[in-house]
Design a protein around this ligand. Structure first.
Ligand SMILES: OCN(O)CCCc1ccccc1
Ligand code: NI
Length: 188
């Protein structure tokens, strides 16, 4: 049962999307645990075409707490498994995430990015780090230090941006939206 619907998703213009979110303390309050569960549930349901349609959702691979009006350092990430089978490259609720190191090399999606909180299309490459080392806590409070590259790294950076009041189009060079440095990894 979806508990977060599109009506619950805050849209660009609301100041909460431009705030620095607050650190989350452990053990999680019941409210924070429920929020984590609800955000992950939104992603799972939104990635099921039938349920997505049924509830009128926009499919998402990530969802950050500020997008549902909660200015806390928490985001759910569900990177879909590749079509040719296999498991999701990264699925977790990342709390108090910090990118502790990253590649010099940039990466960007050839189709640009979108955002559940931004109703308009904003064309252009969104240059990010192609590879990152991410430290975060999961909902149990356990600290993880993981290396991500390409799409999972892009998704996590998009979500972590939300926790710092940054939206994807802030990274687009509006003078030259489809120009990136020649060593940038561009991928589908
Ligand atoms: O913040 C999550 N959200 O707005 C859903 C879209 C997430 C996303 C879309 C394109 C590239 C990376 C991440
Ligand atoms: Ni977003």
């Amino acid at each position: 049962m979806v508990l977060i619907l599109m009506k619950d998703i805050v849209r660009d213009g609301d100041p909460v999307l431009r705030q620095e979110a607050a650190q989350v303390s452990f053990p999680l309050s019941e409210e924070d645990q429920k929020l984590a569960d609800d955000m992950m549930e939104y992603l799972v349901v939104s990635q099921d075409p039938e349920q997505c349609e049924k509830y009128g959702l926009r499919a998402g691979v990530g969802l950050a707490a500020p997008q549902v009006g909660v200015s806390k350092m928490m985001a759910a990430v569900l990177v879909p498994a590749p079509e040719d089978g296999g498991k999701s490259p990264f699925t977790d609720v990342i709390i108090n995430p910090v990118i502790i190191s990253h590649s010099v090399q940039a990466g960007a999606l050839t189709e640009g990015e979108g955002c559940l909180s931004v109703d308009k299309d904003v064309p252009g490459f969104v240059p990010r780090h192609d590879r990152i080392t991410l430290r975060y806590q999961d909902t149990t409070g356990e600290t993880h230090k993981i290396r991500l590259k390409h799409y999972p790294a892009i998704v996590c950076q998009h979500e972590i941006d939300h926790l710092h009041g940054v939206l994807f189009y802030d990274h687009i060079d509006h003078e030259h939206p489809f120009e990136v440095s020649d060593d940038t990894v561009l991928f589908e």
